[in-house]
Write a protein that binds this ligand. Structure first.
Ligand code: PXP
Length: 251
């Protein structure tokens, strides 16, 4: 699936990551809260897509969740996964509309850095081809660095998701502005190469607008902050409020 298939959805798609609904469920090992129900409510709140990360250790989202989401989600599923045979095989069977390849370490709390494309480029290229062969649009989660963006295009990715973690962790305005500049440089390279341009990680109600204001971003993937607010105000409202901030930033 190419970039044109997604273009009609919105100026800036909001993909809501519901992993942490499953994290709460797994804390008790029961069947609630249910990420599939959360996904339906996120869509009612205006989500343009639903993201889940099927981790190798299945610490939150499980295979059954993805299967149910594939048949329930009315927008589209963006499946995050590592370049690893077992999950790639499952993704090939499920054929989600979009897959985002991410690095994965068992000991990490969340995805820590972007994919290192130089480590095993042939392996990444073959994962991209495998997913594209079933019609899945493939995005690579990378650090905001123009040279890495160029590599992503050379490997045949349809899109890139720029890691906004450094921006989100900025402790002052100067650092945040510098990180925005870094993102803009990487975005420009992505546009030059015709890639779909996404962003995600660490985005919150407080820090999303300077990123959303970069109009070349077609998609923002946001999880922790939306799920946190949803505990207090409900998923539908939490998603709607994030959507409002993004629309406001686009003017
Ligand atoms: N994008 C990617 C590739 C991720 O791995 C994550 C975290 O799972 C996110 C976006 C969402 O990050 P956050 O939960 O901090 O909003």
């Amino acid at each position: 699936m190419g970039n044109e298939s997604f273009a009609h959805l919105a100026d800036c798609r909001l993909c809501v990551n519901v992993d942490h609904i499953a994290t709460v469920r797994e804390a008790r090992g029961t069947d609630e809260p249910d990420p599939v129900r959360a996904a339906v409510l996120a869509e009612l709140g205006g989500a343009h897509g639903i993201t889940v990360h099927l981790r190798e250790d299945r610490r939150h989202i499980g295979d059954r969740d993805v299967e149910l989401l594939m048949s329930t989600v009315r927008t589209f599923v963006n499946l995050e996964l590592a370049v690893e045979d077992e999950v790639l095989g499952l993704a090939e069977v499920w054929a989600p509309a979009q897959a985002t390849l991410v690095p994965e370490k068992r000991e990490e709390l969340t995805t820590e850095g972007g994919l290192d494309l130089s480590l095993d480029p042939n392996r990444i290229k073959s994962a991209i081809t495998q997913l594209q062969s079933v019609g899945t649009r493939v995005s690579l989660f990378i650090d905001p660095d123009p040279a890495t963006v160029t590599e992503a295009a050379l490997l045949g990715a349809n899109a890139i998701e720029l890691h906004t973690g450094e921006y989100a962790n900025s402790v002052d305005r100067v650092t945040a502005d510098r990180e925005i500049e870094r993102l803009v440089k990487a975005v420009k390279e992505g546009v030059r190469l015709g890639l779909g341009i996404h962003a995600g990680h660490g985005l919150t109600y407080e820090n999303v607008q300077p990123v959303a204001a970069i109009t070349e971003f077609e998609e923002l993937s946001i999880g922790h902050s939306i799920v946190s607010r949803s505990v207090l105000v409900g998923m539908e409202r939490a998603v709607f409020e994030m959507g409002q901030l993004i629309r406001e930033a686009r003017g």
